[in-house]
Structure formats: C-alpha cells, structure tokens
Design a protein around this ligand. Structure first.
Ligand SMILES: NC(=O)c1ccc[n+]([C@@H]2O[C@H](COP(=O)([O-])OP(=O)(O)OC[C@H]3O[C@@H](n4cnc5c(N)ncnc54)[C@H](OP(=O)(O)O)[C@@H]3O)[C@@H](O)[C@H]2O)c1
Length: 368
C-alpha cells in the first residue's frame, strides 16, 4: 500500500478535479505483477494500467488500490468490471470514494462478485493523499491551503513594506511544490499592489491545467502593467471585483486576457468566492496572502490547512504587518488550534504544517 500511495502521488498536478490513485498488483507472496497511477489525460485508471501489466498472472492475485475502485460509467467503464474479469482474488483499498454519489458501491460490487475486500490499511495516509479531492467532493468548494512566510516575530514585511525575501531558497523551492499541488493561487489586492508578484508554478513538473491566479480586488486596483496582467494570456488571471467598477480600466484588463468576476460583495464574501471557484471545478487553492485575506479566511472558518515558513530573523517594529489580520481571537481559548502538525527544517527555516479543526461548514452567505 505504501508503494501504491507513492505511485498515486506521482499524479500530483495532473488529476484535478479527479482523485490521486495508485495501484499495485502482487502475488500472494508479494511479487509485484503490475503497477499504475492515474493521470486524467491518459483516461486509463490506475487499476487498468496495473492489470494490463499483470496480464494473465492477475488471476488469484491481490490488488492494492489507494481508493475504492469505481463501479459506475464515468469517463471510463467501471474499474470494478476489469478487476472482476481479471480474476483478482483479493482487493485491499484503505478508504471509500468520498464522492457521495458512488461511495461504497465499488466495494459492494466486488464483494457481490466474490472478491475478498478489505479496507482500513494506511487509511490515514490515503485520506491525506486525497484531502483536496475529498473536500471538493463533499463541499463543492476548493480545499483552502493557507501559506505564509514570516519572521520569528510573526511579521510578513517590514514597516516600509519590504517582504522579499524573508525566507531562504529551500523554503521558496518548497513553496513552488505547494503551488504545483493546487489549481489556484489567491491573493488580496494589497499583495498585488505591494509585491507585483508573478505567482506562476515554477516547480518544473507537468500539470494538466495552468495554475489560475485569483485576486480579490473590490475596487479594481490591480495595475494593468503588473506582472500578473502582463502574463494573463499564458497563465489565467481571475479578478473578483464589485459591480460598480471602473469600466475603462476593466476593458483594458479584459483586453489583456484577465477574466473579471463581478459580484455584489466585490469578493468580500469569501464563501461566495469559494463557491464560485468550485463551480468552475477548481479543487484546491493556495492562499499566499496577505494578512487581511489570511485573517478574513480564518475568521470565516474557511481555512483547511496551513503552512508557515518561519525564518530565523526578527523584523520588529509596531507598524510592520503581522501574518494574520482580521478580527482574531478575543481570548486565548478562542485562538485557532492547529492539529496533526508536521515540522520540517528547510535550510535555516522551519516549515510548520497543520490543520485547523474541521473548518466551519457555513451554509449561509453574507459579507465577512
Ligand atoms: N511574507 C508573506 O508570506 C507575504 C505574503 C503575501 C503578502 N505579504 C505582504 O503582505 C502585505 C499586504 O498585506 P495586506 O493585508 O495589505 O493585503 P492583502 O490581504 O493581500 O489584500 C487586502 C486587500 O484586498 C482587498 N480585498 C478584496 N476582497 C477581500 C477579502 N475578501 N478579504 C480581504 N481583502 C479583500 C481589500 O482591498 P481594499 O480594502 O483596498 O478594497 C483589502 O484591503 C504586503 O506588504 C506584502 O508584501 C507577505
């Protein structure tokens, strides 16, 4: 299963809005007969690829698949049919497909055909591999991963707004990997103006769809000469703005390839923003600041995962911005605890990743 999970991860950047799936077929003594992982463009599922390699030796073998095989006709015929036809005797899959429309049906189909089915093995790891897919399937909204780079004293820029670079090269290489894992990157107008960032995926690995860059900009302050706008024809840019926007500027932005989404809250209702992005089949978003957007997302309970890169530097200064704005906690007991924490050293920086307890699943809209 560990090998199947490693195979699944090879599809990173190439499967959204689908799941990452890996499959290994072995004899009962553990000899590997076939392997595969899912890539959206290739249409073939991980199980099918592994079964093709195993050929006739799949009879009586065991299939390790990282996610419940599907039993319905989607882009491809049901994988359960292929598994049954191959003569596989035993299926080991850690978790059910979180898609509520198909969950459990694959296991039922295989059991009713006489296969031995067991689940639960490395379930925690399997859930993590598909955390974005699961969230998207169950909420219809992209998984929100907040990433920030801070000094030891929690600042994201100096009092004059200088923010490049707080962290070292290894953290920045890692940050590119985080971009590669996501469909979208989101910032507020403040960061667009202060930093003039490019926000492209420079991980150097294949991706199915270009990383779409999103700016929350109610007053349409984004500069038409900015790097974002200048590159909009190669990597999409989506600006959420108000309904009464300055039309001439909007026309210039549109002519340069920017897509403008107008709504009555001008991108300030973050739940609405995420719902709109979900409708466009975006499975995940990496939020790269700044403090106001980060704080508002946290206040709204909409952050699913956080990664902070802490650099061994003290910026100081009362007027230097700290990482997270918004209202914040009133009492310490209300502070957002982060669980399932992982800490990794990146050069002389520290990367801290964790999960806020189940993000609030709000049902009603309204500005936040
Ligand atoms: N170290 C890091 O990791 C890092 C990362 C990013 C940025 N930064 C630094 O952070 C600073 C910028 O922070 P910031 O707080 O000014 O900018 P921000 O969070 O990027 O942008 C905030 C602005 O975005 C607009 N906006 C539209 N919809 C919004 C919504 N739903 N929630 C929040 N804002 C929304 C508002 O503009 P209006 O109110 O003007 O309409 C708001 O003032 C810069 O100095 C930048 O260098 C550091």
């Amino acid at each position: 299963m560990a090998r199947a999970l490693a195979l699944a991860a090879k599809g990173t950047g190439q499967v959204s809005p689908g799941p990452l799936v890996g499959c290994v077929i072995t004899t009962k003594d553990g000899e590997v007969l076939g392997e595969g992982f899912y890539v959206y463009q290739d249409v073939k599922h991980a199980e099918t690829l592994a079964l093709e390699q195993a050929g006739g030796r799949a009879r009586d073998a065991t299939a390790y698949v990282t996610l419940e095989p599907h039993a319905h006709f989607g882009k491809t015929p049901p994988c359960t049919n292929n598994l049954i036809a191959s003569g596989i005797k035993r299926l080991v899959a850690p978790i059910e497909d979180p898609n509520p429309k198909v969950s459990g049906r694959g296991f039922d189909h295989l059991r009713s055909a006489g296969l031995e089915v067991s689940s639960g093995l490395m379930a925690r790891e399997a859930k993590k591999v598909n955390e974005k897919y699961s969230h998207f399937m169950t909420t219809g909204r992209p998984f929100v991963h907040l990433k920030l780079a801070t000094s030891l004293d929690g600042k994201i820029a100096t009092r004059t707004g200088d923010s490049r670079w707080i962290t070292g090269g290894e953290s920045r290489v890692r940050a590119q990997e985080l971009r590669h894992e996501c469909d979208l990157i989101l910032i507020g107008a403040g960061t667009a103006l202060a930093d003039n960032p490019l926000l492209t995926d420079r991980a150097g690995k294949p991706r199915r769809r270009p990383l779409t860059r999103v700016v929350l900009d109610e007053r349409l302050q984004t500069d038409p000469e900015s790097q974002l706008v200048q590159t909009a024809k190669e990597a999409p840019v989506l600006i959420f703005t108000g309904e009464s926007l300055e039309t001439r500027k909007a026309e210039v932005l549109l002519s340069r390839g920017v897509e403008i989404v107008r709504d009555s809250f001008g991108g300030r209702d973050l739940l609405l923003v995420l719902e709109e992005l979900g409708k466009r089949s975006f499975q995940s978003v990496l939020v790269e600041g700044g403090a106001t957007v980060a704080g508002n997302l946290i206040d709204a309970g909409l952050v699913d995962k956080v990664t902070f890169f802490l650099a061994p530097v003290i910026i100081g200064g009362r007027d230097a911005p700290s990482a997270v704005g918004g209202h914040g906690a009133e009492r310490l007991i209300d502070a957002l605890g982060v669980v399932d924490v992982e800490i990794v050293q990146r050069g002389s920086d520290i990367e801290v990743t964790g999960y806020p307890p189940k993000a609030r699943d709000r049902n009603e809209g309204g500005p936040v």
